[in-house]
Design a binder for this molecule. Structure first.
Ligand code: TXA
Ligand code: MG
Length: 349
């Protein structure tokens, strides 16, 4: 299959070009597109056959439900059975934006979107390109991240093509995604809303808006528990080489990384290090470093995280040591992804 590439401006996308991509979606084809978080792999969310093709292209387990993306709040009504007050408060505060709400679904949402669940995840993205594309397609768009299942999510059209060229019909290229980690997923069907996946809208922001938020037990790292968000049970975001996450405060975390890296180098291993700028300067020679940004700048780290994880695709290493950061703000999402990428191989300083 040939994968068509539609290049558009991030703020002022050409309507003719976006219209061609929307035409693909209307005809049941797969189109990857940018959002403010990561690139999504889109299909008409009400077309069962098109949605089935998403699972095939990604190699995704079919019990892992998809998010429906909409272009304005009005489109929500026909997709859900009920909109609880908490959901209204969250929508008013954070839509459009990196927040997915899990709500009771209506009858028009196909089983294949929800993995058979009675709930559906809905998101109104902030990205102008995403919203205009969805509006032109005239239908909710089902879209998981546009990566092969288990790999880091793509934050550029190039990263989408590395995984999916020849497997999808088109990609809309509007450059890099600003946030770099996926949306926050909140289950609004529980009496107190439950955080299922940390993301672009931080826990602090949710607490500020709602007063109280439950945390799904899986977020505390107890990954053997039955997950309420089916996506959380799979290994995710992982680079090709095994990764070990080193957690702790500075300077203990630096000392621990230096110790582990030196020991692995002494064993003759090719060693990668996914670290802050501060730490990169101090690594022993022979280490293959990828820098995710300044330790203090969590926005920068989130924006660079997946491209840094993907940079090991081009370098064969035996092991990667990753530097953990504080869980404040967006740090909770970054650490959640690093823990999953490491398969929970964690050393604490
Ligand atoms: O930022 C994002 O959310 C990106 C962009 C493309 O919008 N999308 C994305 O989709 O990350 P995906 O499929 O990679 O992750 C969706 C997550 C999965 O963990 C899935 O299990 C969960 O949302 N999810 C979807 N529907 C759900 C539901 N009804 N109940 C519980 N969890 C749900
Ligand atoms: Mg994903």
């Amino acid at each position: 299959m040939h994968t068509e590439c539609f290049v558009v401006d991030k703020e002022h996308p050409d309507q003719g070009v976006l219209g061609q991509a929307a035409e693909f979606l209307k005809r049941g084809k797969l189109v990857a597109f940018p959002t403010e978080t990561v690139y999504g792999l889109g299909a008409n969310g009400l077309d069962e056959k098109a949605v089935a093709d998403i699972y095939v292209a990604k190699g995704r387990p079919s019990d892992n439900p998809l998010i429906l993306h909409i272009s304005c709040i009005e489109e929500l009504k026909r997709l859900v059975a009920h909109i609880p007050n908490n959901a209204k408060v969250l929508m008013n505060a954070y839509w459009p934006g990196p927040l997915t709400l899990v709500l009771r679904r209506s009858a028009i949402v196909p089983d294949i979107v929800t993995g058979g669940l009675e709930t559906v995840g809905i998101r109104l993205p902030d990205s102008v390109v995403a919203r205009e594309l969805i509006a032109l397609a005239g239908t909710p768009i089902a879209a998981p991240s546009a990566n092969i299942s288990g790999r880091p999510s793509p934050t550029s059209a190039q990263a989408v093509l590395v995984d999916l060229e020849g497997k999808i019909d088109a990609v809309v290229d509007a450059g890099n995604c600003e946030i770099g980690v996926e949306s926050t997923v909140v289950d609004c069907t529980t009496p107190v809303p439950t955080l299922l996946r940390p993301g672009g809208i931080t826990l602090e922001m949710l607490m500020e808006t709602l007063g109280e938020v439950e945390m799904d037990p899986i977020l505390s790292g107890s990954f053997e528990l039955a997950p309420r968000s089916p996506g959380m049970k799979y290994t995710h975001y992982a680079p090709d080489a095994p990764m070990v996450l080193v957690e702790g405060e500075y300077p203990q975390v630096l000392e621990l990384i230096l110790k582990e890296v030196s020991a692995a180098l002494a064993e003759g291993k090719r060693v990668g290090a996914l670290v802050s700028l501060q730490t990169a300067d101090k690594l022993p020679s022979g280490t293959i470093p990828f820098v995710y940004g300044m330790r203090e700048n969590v926005e920068e780290i989130a924006a660079n995280l997946y491209s840094a994880l993907r940079s090991y695709d081009d370098h064969s290493v035996d092991v990667i040591f990753a530097e953990g950061i504080s869980e404040d703000g967006l740090g909770l999402a970054v650490m959640n992804r690093l823990r999953k990428a490491s398969g929970y191989r964690i050393i604490k300083g």
